[in-house]
Design a protein around this ligand. Sequence first.
Ligand code: UDP
Length: 238
Amino acid sequence: MEKKEMLYEGKAKRVYATEDPEKLIVSYKDDATAFNGQKKGTIVGKGVINNQMSNRLMQRLEKNGVPTHYLQELSQRETLVKRVSIVPLEVIIRNIAAGSFSKRYGVEEGVVFDQPTFEFSYKNDALGDPLLNTSHALALKLATEEELAAIRSMALRINGLLREFWSGCGVTLVDFKLEFGRLSDGTIVLADEISPDTCRLWDAKTGEKLDKDRFRRDMGGVEDAYAEVMKRLMEHDD
Ligand code: UDP
C-alpha cells in the first residue's frame, strides 16, 4: 500500500491517505511534546518503539475481542490502519494515583485504587484538553449516549487486558489514555496508539518510571526507558 497525500500532522505522528479511502498510513515521529505542547524535544528512536509497541498491544487486544483500527505494520515507523473519524475525547483510566490526578485531588503519587477510575477530557488543544463528564460530552454532541457507554465498557476491558499483559513483563500499568474512532458504518473501535507516550509504566519491582514522565520531568534516561519496556514486551510476546 503506497502513501499518498499527507492528511494531518500531529505532535507525534503524520497521517497519509492511500489509494483505498477506508485505509490510512500512520507514520510515527521521534518528536516529543508535553504540557500541551509547551515543552518540546526529541526522543531518539521513539517513533519506532511506539509504532511497534502499539501494534503488538493492539494485536493482542484484537485476539481478545477488542476491535481496533490496526491492519498491518508496513515498516519500522509506518502502519496501515482503518480510517476512522476520531471521537474528540481523551479517555483516561487510572489504577494508581499519578500526574494530574495527584495534583488535582492532592493525593500522593503511588496510592493504589480499589477500582480503576474512568475520566474524559475534551480533545481540544486550544482549550487545554479540559476534563468533562458524560453530560458535558452529550451537551457538546461529542458522542451519543450509546457510544459513550460502549467507550466506557471497552476502556475498562482494555485496562484489564493491558494490566495482565504488562504484569507478565514485570511492569505495572499505572494509568493511560485511549482514543476511539468511528468506522464508516459507525462502529466504535480503539484508535490512536498505546505506548510509553500515552501510558504510565513502572517497573513492578523497583517502581522505576519507564515512560514519558522521564521526559516531562527531565529525569534523563528517556531513550533507555522506552527501549527497556519494548524489550520486555518483545520477550513476553506470544
Ligand atoms: N495522557 C496522554 N495525553 C494527554 C494527557 C494524558 O497520553 O494529552 C496520558 C498520560 O501519559 C498518562 C495518562 O494519560 O499516562 C494520565 O495523564 P494525566 O491526566 O495524569 O496528565 P499528565 O500528568 O500527563 O498531564
